[in-house]
Design a protein around this ligand. Sequence first.
Ligand code: G5P
Ligand code: MG
Length: 218
Amino acid sequence: MTVKSKFLKALILGAPASGKGTISSRIVKRYNVEHISSGDKLRDHIQKQTDLGKEVKAYLDEGKLVPDNVMIKFMITELDKVPNKPWLLDGFPRTVGQAQALWKVQPVDVVLNLAVPFDVIIDRVKNRWVHLPSGRVYNIGFNTPKVDGKDDITGEDLVQRPDDKPEAVKKRLEIYDSITRPVIDFYKDIGILKEFPGRTSDEIWPKVTTYLDPIFKM
Ligand code: G5P
Ligand code: MG
C-alpha cells in the first residue's frame, strides 16, 4: 500500500444491518478518521425537516433507495466539506452508477466489505435502537443501553427506525441483492476490495485491525 494514511479514503460496504456503523465507530476510535454515513446524514435531514429531508423521507421509510441523481449530488457535496483528514464512507455508493460517479471525483484507496449472512441480519434489526442526533446505535443483548430506551451519552430518547419494520427490511435486503451487490464487483475488478466474513462484529473486528494496522502504521 503506497497510500499516505494521512489522506486515506476508505469505504465500508455490507448489507443492511451488517454492522457498518458498529465497525465504523471502532475504526474512528482506533485510527481517528472522519466517518461519513449517508443514512445518518439523510435521517438527520428528515428529523430537521429540511427540503432534502422531505424529499427523501418516503424512500427511507419504505426501505427503497433514494434516486442516484439526488444521492450523488448530496454526497459529493458532503465529501467536499470533510476537513483534511482520512475518511471512511459508509452507505455510499450503493449502486454502480454512484460508484462510477464517486470514482471520477474521489478515487478511493481501500474498500472493506462486511459479509454477514442474511439470517443473522434479520434477527438483529428487531433489537436495534438508535439515537438519531448522533447516529449512535444499540442492540439489546449486544450493546444494550445503560438505561432502557436512553442514549448513554446524552440521556435522550432512543427510537426504532421505521425501515427496521419487517416489510421494509425484506425490501432492503432484496434491493441489496439486486442493486448493491454489483458494487462489490466494481471494486473487486479495480483490485482494492477486502472481504471480512463473519456472523458477529466481534468476530470481524480483529480481522479489520489486522488489515488496517499496517496501513495506518500501528
Ligand atoms: P443506511 O442507514 O445506510 P443500511 O440499511 O445500509 O442503512 P444499517 O441498517 O445502518 O445499514 P449497518 O450500519 O450496517 O446497518 O449496521 P449497524 O447499525 O452497525 O448494526 C445493525 C444492528 O446490529 C445494530 O443494532 C447494532 O448494534 C447491531 N449489531 C452490530 N454487530 C452486532 C453483533 O455482532 N451482534 C449483535 N447481536 N448485534 C450486532 O441507509 C438507510 C436508507 O437510507 C437510504 C436508503 O433509503 C436506505 O435504505 N440511503 C440511500 N439510498 C440511495 N443511495 C445511497 N447511497 C443511500 N444511502 C442511504
Ligand atoms: Mg448504518
